[in-house]
Structures are given as structure tokens and as C-alpha cells.
Design a protein around this ligand. Structure first.
Ligand code: THG
Length: 370
């Protein structure tokens, strides 16, 4: 028997947990102290639905940290490597967050609800504690808490049609990373044109967790004519689309410059922010490593990479590690991400899997520069 995950009260259930069980979820991971679906048992069907039709994902584990009060923008600006002052109400930005050493500690989307109210839509990490501590130490008097907000992702080429049928044609006009507060009868949510895929679509930020099953079923019904399928944040489509998985791709000790996130930061801005000095220094001296996209020789790899694989150049020098590999139906190849020492990044290399199998890695691109 393969290992299972224990379900218990220490780890939280998402607002859509019941719906995922009803739709046959087969595997969970844990993300922000919450069960996160990672498979419905047929990766190819999930990939096809995402890239050709429409997919519905429980991403309720993408928790929000709400920052509100007159100084909210001061706090947001101080924790963000990306400038947020020019972000308008009803718009959001993908924003790397670093510690004082310039190490990436989270990469949330920041939603500007008003200049006195933000939602930080976090990746896996206890950012709530970090922001609460900084708020206290800087005496900014914001209120910083986890609100009752649960995102549900609707992704794929038929996502617009699915949501237009459900809510009205107006949803087609929502710009990328723009959002609007709305409701379906008594189900309240915020609809945002966002999501962790390159296929387009929306995220519905449900603001009453007791309505999770209802919202899921309403979306499901609307998507049925368009081949809606339950899915999860997709292990390979997101690599094809250059979307970072914090920790998977970088562990907990990489800088956003190593990870190709430079275009999402404003290091030269006047305001002080956490990590600024370290990042400016790294930028002037060059980063030690680079995250690169590679293809790998061999049979399709069906199981996820449990551990990083050591990477070697052709003279057998250790040059870094492969962080993740997944089979790409679009490229008909094993696609991977590797953190490689800067002087070697850009060349081909080889790697040893956990079972000591030898794989040839061919360089495709630097992550974030496809
Ligand atoms: N949705 C929500 N919250 C999240 C995620 C999400 N929090 C954690 C995690 N995912 C954050 N990771 C990303 C990474 C990239 C993008 C979104 C979330 C993304 N990037 C675009 C790009 O790279 O082109 C655009 C970024 C921009 O222009 O600002 O979409 O999925 N709610």
C-alpha cells in the first residue's frame, strides 16, 4: 500500500473539501495548514480539460492576509519588493516578498481593495505572523488577520464562456488581474481574472465559507456543456507557462533574482522595503545561481520528483540540482526546472535521479524569460 495522508483536525479543510470528495479527489497535499487536492487520478484528462476546455480547482488553501487601516499602504509597501503605490483599487499584482537577507519567503498576489485595505493571497508559508510582527514593530496600527476568503479557480479556454453564462457577459470585460465584488443569489464572492495557469480564467474568492459546495456546484453546472473537469494546480502546465511554485522550485533559501522574478520587483524605488539592500547588492554583483528550464531524456516520468536530483557537468562537477520534473504532453518530453550555478546555467548537463538513473538535461531557457 502506498502511503496515505491522515485526515484530522490539526490540518484544516477548505471550504470546497466536500465538493472535491464528491467529485472523486484521489490525493491531497498540505498547504497553509490546509488539505490541498493534488490529483483526481487521471493527470492527462486534467491536463486536457485545462488546455482545451475548462477546469475547476479547489485552491481554498491560498489563504488571504487582510491588511486594513489608514496605514495599510505603508505596511504593504514595506513588505513588498514590488511597488504597490501605483496599483489601483480593483487591481492586483504578483509580488515577491523577501526577508532582510533578500531570500524569497513568499510570492503572493496582492489585491488592492482600497488604499486602506489589501488582501495578500499567499503561497505556502506563515506570512500572517510575519506581517503581524512587522505591523507591531513599525507601529503602523493596521489590523492584520486571516479573513473568511476561499479562492476557487476556473481555468482554461472555456472559462470565460462558463463564467459569462453564470454571471453575465460583463465578466468578459474584467482585465487581467482586475477584480469585482459580486454574488450569485446568496453566495458572495470576488471574481478576479487570475489563476495559476497560462490558459486564462478566473478565481472566485468566496467570502462565506459555508457556501463552498453551493458555489462549486453552480460553476460545475455552468461548465458542463463545455467539458468542465475537476483538477488541481497543474504540475506541468505551470512549468510550460513559467509560473513559480514557491518551495518546489527553490526550497526556502533562494533569492527572487535567482528565480527570474526580477520583472516583478522595483528595486530602485525610493521607499525602503525589506530585503532592498541585499537585493541591490546581489543585482550589482550577479546572482550565484539561476533557475533554468530543461528537457530530460528518457521515458515519460509519471511520478513526481520527491527530492531534488543532483546535477553534474560533463567533467562530473556538481553544478546544482533538478528541483522538479513532469511529463509535458504539449512538448512530448520530460520538462524540468533546475537551480544551476550561474557560470554553468545555459549549458546542457546530466543528473542522477534518486534511484541513481542517469538523465541527460538539455537547456531550454532561463525561467521567466521564455
Ligand atoms: N492565486 C491566488 N493566490 C495565489 C496563487 C494563485 N497565491 C500563491 C501562488 N498562487 C502565487 N503564485 C503565482 C505565480 C504567478 C502568478 C500568479 C500566482 C501569475 N503571474 C503572471 C505571470 O507570471 O505572467 C502575471 C503576474 C503579473 O503581471 O503581476 O499569474 O494562483 N489567488
Amino acid at each position: 500500500m502506498s502511503p496515505e495522508i491522515a485526515i484530522g483536525s490539526r490540518v484544516r479543510k477548505s471550504a470546497f473539501y466536500e465538493a472535491t470528495i464528491a467529485h472523486g479527489v484521489k490525493q491531497f497535499s498540505v498547504y497553509n495548514h490546509m488539505y490541498m487536492p493534488t490529483s483526481y487520478g487521471d493527470p492527462l484528462a486534467e491536463y486536457e480539460a485545462l488546455t482545451k476546455n475548462v477546469a475547476i480547482w479547489d485552491v481554498g488553501c491560498e489563504r488571504q492576509v487582510e491588511i486594513s487601516g489608514p496605514n495599510a499602504i505603508e505596511l504593504v509597501e514595506y513588505i513588498s519588493t514590488r511597488g504597490m503605490r501605483s496599483c489601483k483599487e480593483g487591481r492586483s499584482r504578483y509580488t515577491p516578498i523577501c526577508d532582510h537577507q533578500g531570500v524569497l519567503i513568499n510570492d503572493p498576489i496582492m489585491l488592492c481593495i482600497g488604499f486602506d485595505r489589501y488582501w495578500v493571497s499567499i503561497a505556502d508559508g506563515d506570512l500572517l505572523l510575519w506581517i503581524q510582527a512587522i505591523n507591531e514593530e513599525k507601529k503602523l496600527n493596521c489590523s492584520v488577520f486571516e479573513p473568511d476568503v476561499s479562492p476557487l479557480a476556473v481555468q482554461g479556454p472555456m472559462a470565460d464562456q462558463t463564467m459569462a453564462d453564470l454571471l453575465g457577459e460583463w465578466v468578459r470585460g474584467i482585465p487581467f488581474f482586475g477584480f469585482v465584488e459580486t454574488n450569485l443569489d446568496d453566495i458572495p464572492f470576488v471574481i478576479c481574472r487570475s489563476g495559476w495557469s497560462g490558459q486564462g480564467g478566473f478565481e472566485l474568492f468566496l467570502t462565506d465559507q459555508s457556501k463552498g459546495l453551493e458555489l462549486w456546484e453552480r460553476v460545475w453546472k455552468s461548465g458542463e456543456p463545455y467539458g468542465i473537469h475537476p483538477g488541481t494546480p497543474n504540475a506541468v502546465e505551470r512549468i510550460e507557462s513559467d509560473l513559480l511554485s514557491y518551495r518546489t522550485d527553490c526550497g526556502a533559501s533562494a533569492s527572487p533574482l535567482e528565480l527570474g522574478l526580477g520583472r516583478f520587483m522595483d528595486l530602485e524605488r525610493e521607499d525602503d522595503f525589506i530585503g532592498k539592500q541585499a537585493l541591490l547588492l546581489e543585482k550589482s554583483q550577479g546572482s550565484k545561481r539561476k533557475l533554468v528550464k530543461i528537457t530530460l531524456s528518457g521515458e515519460p516520468l509519471s511520478s513526481p520528483t520527491e527530492e531534488p536530483w543532483p546535477a553534474f557537468d560533463d567533467s562530473d562537477n556538481r553544478i546544482g540540482e533538478i528541483r522538479v520534473v513532469a511529463w509535458s504532453p504539449a512538448m512530448q518530453a520530460n520538462l524540468g526546472l533546475a537551480l544551476i550555478s550561474s557560470d554553468k546555467a545555459g549549458s546542457d548537463f546530466y543528473a542522477l535521479s534518486v534511484g541513481d538513473k542517469n538523465y541527460r538535461a538539455t537547456h531550454l531557457s532561463f525561467f521567466g524569460e521564455k
